[in-house]
Design a protein around this ligand. Structure first.
Ligand code: 13P
Length: 255
């Protein structure tokens, strides 16, 4: 009912030349896994080369952020019209951007609206800190992030959005969250919040990824959870072997 989506967030890795060589090796290996939507999100400067190299393949391209204005005096920023035609997806609200660039829920919401207005599909990232997790605040906080991100977004645009639940303490730490617990957080804090905003009929079709130390050895445990529709992957997306393996595992578990 929901096509799984596995996206590699390369973060600040790979030069344009490295990125192009990487996807030329990757794309033929991923071709046959058509039950899974396959996405790579390179750094901005590598996007033109990657996008050109992937033309005509099954692998889609995403950006790691986008500004909410079309143009203007915003040094170092990249706007939706600049990305249009080069990428299909854009990650918005990654915890590293929230932390380092001050992206608040309000900014995330503006970016999501701007992306949608230009036909780009947001992957909206949410997730709690270790302190919030230990204080038992996860569901309240994540639900609030969802309400903030979707504020004013009409129901007919919601299915163009993917949500990525990434607990901050699980990112890049090798300490992934427990799959059953993730499933419950996604169900209660994300899908139920979306159901409250848009109704069950819309909410049940929204794709929700897990992210945070996803590796080939734990992928099956996440993907076999009913609420988890794929993964947003950092470290393990940087190697052809491991990224291919994540997608193979997802395809194998998809009916
Ligand atoms: P890791 O898979 O390296 O933990 O990163 C997760 C992430 O932040 C993806 O956006």
């Amino acid at each position: 009912m929901r096509t799984p989506i596995v996206a590699g967030n390369w973060k600040m890795h790979k030069t344009p030349a490295e990125a192009e060589a990487f996807v030329r090796e990757l794309a033929p290996l991923l071709e046959k896994f058509d039950k899974v939507e396959r996405v790579v999100c390179p750094p901005f400067v590598a996007i033109p080369a990657v996008s050109a190299a992937l033309k005509g393949t099954a692998v889609k391209v995403g950006a790691q952020d986008v500004h909410y204005e079309d143009q203007g005096a915003f040094t170092a920023r990249i706007s939706p019209p600049m990305l249009k035609g080069l990428v299909e997806y854009v990650i918005i609200g990654h915890s590293e951007c929230r932390r380092d660039l001050g992206h608040t829920d309000e900014i995330v919401n503006k970016k999501a609206k701007a992306a949608l207005a230009h036909g780009l599909k947001p992957i909206i990232a949410v997730g709690e800190s270790l302190a919030q997790n230990e204080a038992g605040e996860t569901e309240t906080f994540v639900s609030q992030q969802i309400r903030g991100a979707f504020d004013g977004i009409p129901a007919d645009r919601v299915l163009s959005i993917v949500v990525a639940y990434e607990p901050i303490w699980a990112i890049g730490t090798g300490r992934s969250a427990e799959p059953g617990v993730v499933n419950e957080i996604i169900r209660r804090a994300i899908r139920n919040t979306l159901a409250g905003l848009y109704g069950d009929e819309v909410a049940k079709y929204v794709r929700i990824q897990y992210g945070g130390s996803v590796k080939p050895n734990n992928m099956a445990d996440f993907i076999s959870q009913p609420e988890i529709d794929g993964a947003l992957v950092g470290g393990a997306s940087l190697k052809v072997d491991s990224f291919t393996e994540l997608i193979r595992i997802t395809a194998d578990l998809t009916v």
